[in-house]
Design a protein around this ligand. Structure first.
Ligand SMILES: NC(=O)c1ccc[n+]([C@@H]2O[C@H](COP(=O)([O-])OP(=O)(O)OC[C@H]3O[C@@H](n4cnc5c(N)ncnc54)[C@H](OP(=O)(O)O)[C@@H]3O)[C@@H](O)[C@H]2O)c1
Length: 164
């Protein structure tokens, strides 16, 4: 995909990697829209990238992910790529991480990116891209990170199946 001029939704633009990605996209002439859950952090992120449009979402609310895609497409006149670079992590042995935390990790790291991509795939033109930051734990699960590793592996499997 030609980056210069590309309309790219960055979901998780307030994070470390999301901020770095957005800055690189701007440097290369892309037109990003920034998505995040916190209005103030999102506004700060937008300042450093030529006042890009911003949209709110909460990864724990899948309908807000689909809405963010629609709003970003409205703001930029369409989307050429949707990137998810948000996520949450849980540390601890398998018995220490409770069911509620495990459910939260799966919702944020698997179901929310899938919700973004479902909405994107339903509306974007052929040749557009969906991109996710997963993690090395998807292929090399780490001790004390079973639920986090499983969530990244699940997203990787979801993307591989969709790609086929
Ligand atoms: N850093 C690494 O070395 C590394 C390596 C491999 C993979 N990754 C993956 O890359 C992604 C980003 O990592 P990072 O290091 O940039 O992390 P980070 O700085 O902690 O950023 C996390 C991002 O996720 C957002 N987020 C978390 N929960 C959310 C929710 N419920 N709704 C909406 N947004 C939510 C945060 O929003 P707020 O700003 O509002 O908190 C923030 O934008 C994660 O999925 C991580 O697992 C990171």
């Amino acid at each position: 995909m030609e980056i210069n001029g590309a309309r790219v939704l960055v979901a998780g633009a307030t994070g470390v990697l999301g901020g770095a990605l957005t800055a690189e996209l701007v440097d290369r002439g892309a037109r990003p829209a920034l998505a995040g859950r916190d209005r103030a952090r999102l506004a700060r992120a937008a300042e450093v990238c030529k006042d890009a449009p911003t949209v709110l979402f909460d990864a724990y609310a899948p309908e807000s992910c689909a809405r963010a895609v629609a709003r970003a497409a409205d703001a930029l006149g369409g989307l050429d790529a949707v990137v998810t670079v948000f996520g949450t992590v849980a540390f601890g042995g398998a018995t220490a991480v409770g069911d509620e935390v495990a459910e939260h990790v799966m919702a944020v790291n698997v179901l929310a990116p899938a919700a973004f991509f479902r909405a994107a795939l339903a509306t974007m033109e052929p040749g557009s891209m969906i991109v996710a930051f997963t993690g090395v734990v998807a292929e090399r699960p780490q001790a004390g990170m079973a639920d986090y590793s499983a969530s990244k592996a699940a997203l990787t499997a979801w993307l591989a199946a969709v790609r086929r």
